[in-house]
Each structure stands twice: as C-alpha cells, then as structure tokens.
Design a protein around this ligand. Structure first.
Ligand code: HEC
Ligand code: HEC
Ligand code: HEC
Ligand code: HEC
Ligand code: HEC
Ligand code: HEC
Ligand code: HEC
Length: 281
C-alpha cells in the first residue's frame, strides 16, 4: 500500500506529539524530585530502612559537593516518588567519568579492583559518594585535601597486615612524616607534596613503570613542578629515614626499654613486699 503525503505527515506529527508528551512527563517527574525534596526525608539523621540500614545523607555536605548541580536524580535515575516502588542501583562513577575510569583501570589499584580484589581502593574509597569535594575547593578546605591526598593512602599503606600480604614496604608514612614535606605539612603548609602529589591519584603505577611520575626518568618533571633545579633530586631515594629521625627513633626505643625495666622491678618489689608483709602477720 502506498502512503499519501498527508498520511505520512500525520504519522510524523503524532510521533512528535508522543515524544513531546514523554518529555513533559519526564520533566514533571523531575520537577517533583529535586534534591531538596529528597533531602526532606533523607536529610533526617537516623532515617533507616526497615532492616535498620541507614539511608540518611548529610545535606550540607551534599549541597557543597561536586554533584549538587546534577542533584540526586543525576545518579539515581528513574522514579523516586515515595513510597519507592522499584529501587534501581545508582549510575556507577565510571559511567560519567569515562576518561578517569579508563585511567584508573590502567593503574595498579584499578587493575586489581577489576579482578574483584577487595583490598584496593575504588572511586568511592577515596572520594566518597554523597560528599565528593570539588577540586577547586580542595585548596580552600585543608582537611578535605589532607584526607584525599594523604590520609586515605595512609589508611592502607601504613596497615601492617595489608602491606605484608603484598610484600610492600611499611615505612611509607614514617618516611613521609619525617621528611621536609611532612614537617612543613604539620606546620600548616598547603604547598607541600603529599602521597598523591608525587604518585598520581586515581591511577597509580608502580615506580618501575616508565609512565609513573615517580619513575627515576620522570622525577625531574614531577619535582620540578614545585622545585627549582630538580636535577639535584633525581638520583635521591625519597622514602628514607633522615639521620635525625633515626636518632630520635633510637632514643624512643631506649626510653621505652628503660621504662619497661623500671616497671618490671617495681612489680617484683611489690610482690616481695607483699610476701614479707604476709609473713610478718
Ligand atoms: C517521604 C520520604 C522520602 C522521600 C521524599 C524520598 N525518600 Fe528515598 N527513602 C525513604 C525511606 C524511608 C527509605 C528506606 C527504604 C524504604 O522505606 O523504601 C528510602 C530509601 C531510598 C534509597 C535506598 C534504596 C535501597 O533499597 O537501597 C534511595 C537510593 C533513595 N531512597 C533515594 C531517594 C531519592 C533520589 C529521592 C528523591 C528523588 C528520595 N529517595 C525521596 C524516604 C524518602
Ligand atoms: C554522584 C552520584 C550520586 C548522587 C548525586 C547521589 N547519589 Fe545516592 N548513591 C550513589 C551510589 C553510587 C550509591 C551506592 C549504592 C548504589 O549503587 O545504589 C548511593 C546510595 C544511596 C542510598 C543508599 C544508602 C547509602 O547511603 O548508601 C541513598 C538513600 C541515596 N543514595 C540517596 C541519595 C540522595 C537523597 C541524593 C541527593 C541528596 C543522592 N543519593 C545523590 C550515588 C549518588
Ligand atoms: C550522572 C553523571 C555522574 C556520575 C554518575 C558521577 N559524576 Fe562525578 N561529576 C559529574 C558532573 C557533571 C560533575 C561536575 C563537573 C563540573 O562541575 O565541572 C562531576 C564532578 C566530580 C568531581 C569533581 C571534579 C572537579 O574537577 O572538581 C569528582 C571528584 C567526581 N565527580 C567524582 C565522582 C565519583 C567518585 C562518582 C561516583 C560515586 C561520580 N563522580 C559519579 C557527573 C557524574
Ligand atoms: C584500600 C586500600 C588502599 C588505598 C586507600 C590506597 N592503596 Fe595503594 N595499594 C593498595 C594495595 C593492596 C596495593 C597492592 C596491589 C597489588 O600489588 O596487587 C597497592 C599498591 C600501591 C602502589 C604500587 C606499589 C608497587 O610498587 O607495586 C603504590 C605506589 C600505591 N599503592 C600508592 C597509593 C597512594 C599514593 C594512595 C593514595 C592516593 C593509595 N595507594 C591508596 C591498597 C591501597
Ligand atoms: C616527594 C614525592 C613523594 C611523596 C610525597 C611520596 N612518595 Fe612514595 N615514592 C616516591 C618515589 C620517588 C618512590 C620510588 C623510589 C623510592 O622508593 O624512594 C616512591 C615509592 C613508593 C611506593 C612503592 C614501593 C615499591 O618499591 O614498590 C609506595 C607504596 C609509596 N611510595 C607510597 C607512598 C605513600 C603512601 C605516601 C604518602 C604517605 C608517599 N608514597 C609519598 C615519591 C614520593
Ligand atoms: C587512591 C585514591 C583515588 C581513587 C581510587 C580515585 N581517585 Fe579520583 N582523585 C584522587 C585524588 C587525590 C585527586 C586529586 C588530584 C589532584 O589534586 O590533582 C583525584 C581527582 C579526581 C577528579 C578530578 C580531576 C581529574 O583527574 O579528572 C575526578 C573527576 C576523579 N578523581 C574521579 C575519580 C573516579 C571516577 C574514580 C574511579 C574510577 C577515582 N577518581 C578514583 C584520588 C583517587
Ligand atoms: C606540590 C609541590 C611539591 C612537589 C611536587 C615536590 N615538593 Fe619538595 N617541597 C615542597 C615545599 C613547599 C617544600 C618546602 C618545605 C620547607 O619549608 O622546608 C619542599 C621541600 C623539599 C625538600 C627540603 C628542602 C630542600 O629544598 O632541600 C626536599 C629535599 C624536597 N622537597 C624534595 C622533593 C622531591 C625529591 C620531589 C619530587 C619527588 C619533591 N620535593 C616534589 C613542595 C613540593
């Protein structure tokens, strides 16, 4: 059957109308689901599922987060009017941040995570979910910067059992803390290098990898971001204890030993005293 021109037009316009009403419908649903509306319930501290699992969200942290603009339904797609009928999983971070996700997978943490290894960090371990700090804010929010660039790494890389399991050195935090960077950091400098400044962030490569920013070949570039004449660093090992730190570590050990001996003698003395006292009674 041959369609006449007017029939075709009618088909097109009804399709248009359907699409338009679909868009209006979506817009309607979205208009009823702003972050503020979700937070009217989810902002309540102590809101839980019937199973007792928390579904409360820190409103202030969310509104100050990188995702305040896309709102709750930016990641939680679908109809979330209450009661929630069909609860679907949120979009994964990598679905929107595709470049970062690809870089992450090229790094050692990402490669292991993809194999299902639970010992390595995922996006959420480092950035959180509902309180992701925008990069432009990091320099202003000192605590947030410390957490992301240093504390998160230290959580795992100063964990004895975990590092032994992978044959990795346990001294990474101590050697950082006692370095010029670590000391300046404790005195409040924002400009110093932290773990992620040298090693990279979302994608981390072992130092032997020629792409790693801490590969000997790249140190001049990495240190040169902040230092003049970085060549003078290029042959130095970074994670070493300074002589001063080693000395103070030795003194701490001696002090501990002396205290231990005093306590032990004290205990023996008390027992002897008690025995003598009992005998005399
Ligand atoms: C009237 C209060 C209320 C409003 C409004 C509300 N929620 Fe909920 N939500 C809850 C409660 C209570 C739960 C716990 C489970 C349940 O009762 O369904 C929950 C559970 C959830 C869960 C967890 C589901 C799961 O099974 O893990 C998500 C995600 C969620 N809500 C997202 C949203 C989003 C997004 C919005 C806004 C578009 C929203 N909620 C609006 C009360 C509300
Ligand atoms: C950047 C994406 C993103 C945004 C924006 C977002 N969420 Fe989530 N949300 C997630 C992810 C990922 C999970 C983990 C569980 C999953 O995959 O569904 C989650 C989990 C939840 C849960 C389950 C309990 C929990 O804390 O794990 C609730 C409730 C929830 N979100 C509500 C909200 C509300 C309300 C908003 C807006 C104020 C919001 N979410 C904004 C990604 C997001
Ligand atoms: C629906 C898409 C979407 C999802 C899913 C999503 N994001 Fe985002 N993300 C965005 C958008 C849009 C921005 C804002 C970019 C801007 O402001 O320039 C952003 C910003 C960010 C930023 C700050 C970037 C900057 O330069 O300040 C980080 C970090 C981030 N997201 C991490 C995550 C993490 C972690 C997850 C998973 C929990 C996630 N994102 C899930 C869309 C998404
Ligand atoms: C959740 C725990 C966890 C967090 C958080 C974490 N790591 Fe790791 N990291 C690991 C584990 C486990 C390995 C070993 C993986 C393997 O060898 O299969 C590893 C490997 C590495 C390696 C490679 C070592 C080598 O030579 O093979 C470097 C470098 C590294 N991490 C640096 C960092 C930095 C920098 C941060 C913070 C930005 C960080 N890690 C955060 C657990 C973690
Ligand atoms: C100033 C730059 C810099 C900072 C800051 C830094 N590192 Fe390193 N890191 C290096 C260099 C260079 C190497 C490779 C050579 C070496 O071991 O000195 C390295 C090696 C490593 C290795 C690999 C060990 C191996 O041999 O496979 C790990 C893991 C590591 N660092 C973790 C950390 C952690 C965790 C922090 C923060 C507490 C940190 N680093 C801070 C420069 C840095
Ligand atoms: C080991 C901790 C860690 C993991 C895992 C991690 N990130 Fe990051 N991410 C960081 C740090 C630290 C920065 C800040 C780097 C800086 O100061 O330049 C950052 C920066 C970002 C940025 C902004 C700048 C950029 O590089 O685009 C985005 C977006 C981001 N991460 C998303 C993600 C996503 C998505 C994942 C998962 C695929 C992820 N991150 C995994 C620590 C991590
Ligand atoms: C993000 C910027 C930044 C990066 C990157 C950086 N540093 Fe530094 N570094 C500093 C700052 C700031 C100080 C000053 C601390 C102080 O006041 O003593 C410092 C001090 C030092 C010092 C002690 C003072 C000196 O000049 O001798 C050494 C050594 C050092 N850095 C080595 C390195 C090495 C090696 C690298 C590369 C692996 C590196 N730094 C990368 C910021 C950085």
């Amino acid at each position: 059957m041959v369609k006449h021109e007017w029939q075709k037009r009618a088909v097109v316009s009804s399709a248009l109308a359907a699409a338009l009403s679909a868009i209006l419908l979506v817009a309607n649903v979205a208009a009823g689901q702003t972050s503020e509306e979700c937070l009217r319930c989810h902002g309540l501290r102590g809101l839980t599922k019937p199973t007792g699992e928390s579904v409360a969200i820190d409103s202030a942290a969310f509104m100050a987060s990188a995702h305040a603009k896309i709102g709750c339904t930016g990641c939680h797609e679908g109809d979330w009017s209450y009661p929630h009928v069909e609860t679907q999983k949120a979009l994964a971070c990598g679905e929107c941040h595709q470049d970062t996700y690809r870089r992450y997978l090229s790094g050692i943490h990402g490669r292991e995570a993809q194999k299902g290894n639970p010992d390595v960090p995922t996006c959420i371990t480092c950035h959180g979910i509902h309180d992701v700090v925008p990069m432009a804010e990091l320099a202003k929010r000192r605590k947030a910067m410390e957490t992301l660039l240093l504390d998160k790494c230290v959580d795992c890389h100063a964990n004895k059992q975990l590092m032994q399991k992978y044959g990795l050195p346990l001294d990474r935090y101590v050697t950082y803390e006692t370095s010029a960077h670590g000391r300046a950091d404790r005195f409040g400098s924002l400009a110093v290098a932290r773990c992620a400044t040298c090693h990279g962030a979302c994608a981390i490569l072992p130092p032997e990898d020629p792409e790693s920013p801490v590969n000997p070949k790249n140190l001049v570039k990495t240190c040169g971001k902040c230092h003049e004449h970085p060549e003078r660093f290029a042959k130095r090992r970074f994670h070493v204890m300074s002589a001063a730190a080693q000395t103070s570590a030795v003194y701490t050990k001696i002090l501990r030993a002396v205290i231990g001996v005093i306590v032990a003698f004290g205990a023996v003395g008390a027992v002897v005293f008690a025995i003598v006292a009992i005998r005399q009674e």
